[in-house]
Ligand binder design. Structure first.
Ligand code: AMP
Length: 190
């Protein structure tokens, strides 16, 4: 069992790196952003509520995200381990997450922080906006998401630093370079 968090600002490459890592180590990739987008595509009540937050670059309320993630974990009960991508994004989520995992006889092994300067995040998201079709990939919302990352999400790092689970990864390397840096760290855990 290997349970990892892939952490970083919007546009840091969390989704791309999580997919590569999931394949390499046969883990289940759970992205709260993807789970929300699936609900929005279905047009469910939950998706409609989520959209009112995500479209403006705001975070979806903690209780809603925690519920979605808990059911996604339970849907993949027999996984070898999980990669959590885009969660936790607030200190409150990190606190609940601990209990959520304990209740399932699981624990986290590490958090990998894709350290990437704001200019690089913004540049990458503007580039992605040309093809992603995401309603939240527009210049105004992109700026807001970076601000919210610093205000609400970055403080989560202290929570994991205090538990000695934090590892910084250079998020400015090529996709392959960053993937290798993460794989080298995962190898140390095995
Ligand atoms: P992402 O695909 O991870 O960039 O997430 C897209 C959007 O979904 C974010 O900008 C938030 O509005 C919302 N979201 C994703 N994960 C979370 C989370 N853990 N807590 C709150 N909102 C989230």
């Amino acid at each position: 069992m290997l349970n990892l968090i892939i952490f970083g600002g919007p546009g840091s490459g969390k989704g791309t790196q999580s997919k590569l890592l999931a394949e390499k180590f046969q883990l289940t990739h759970l992205s709260t952003g993807d789970l929300l987008r699936a609900e929005m595509e279905k047009g469910s009540e939950l998706g409609r509520i989520a959209k009112s937050f995500t479209d403006g670059g705001n975070l979806v309320p903690d209780e809603m995200i925690v519920k979605i993630l808990a059911s996604a974990i339970d849907e993949h009960k027999n996984a070898n381990g999980y990669i959590f991508d885009g969660f936790p994004r607030t200190v409150a989520q990190a606190e609940v997450f601990d209990d959520m995992l304990k209740a399932r006889a699981q624990k986290l092994d590490a958090l990998f922080d894709l350290v990437t300067p704001d200019e690089v995040l913004i540049e990458r998201m503007l580039f992605r906006a040309q093809t992603s079709g995401r309603a939240d990939d527009n210049p105004e919302t992109i700026k807001k998401r970076v601000e919210i990352y610093h205000q609400q999400t970055a403080p989560v790092l202290d929570f994991y630093k205090a538990r000695s689970m934090y590892t910084a990864i250079d998020g400015t390397l090529s996709i392959e370079g960053t993937a290798q840096a993460i794989a080298d760290e995962v190898a140390k855990l095995l």
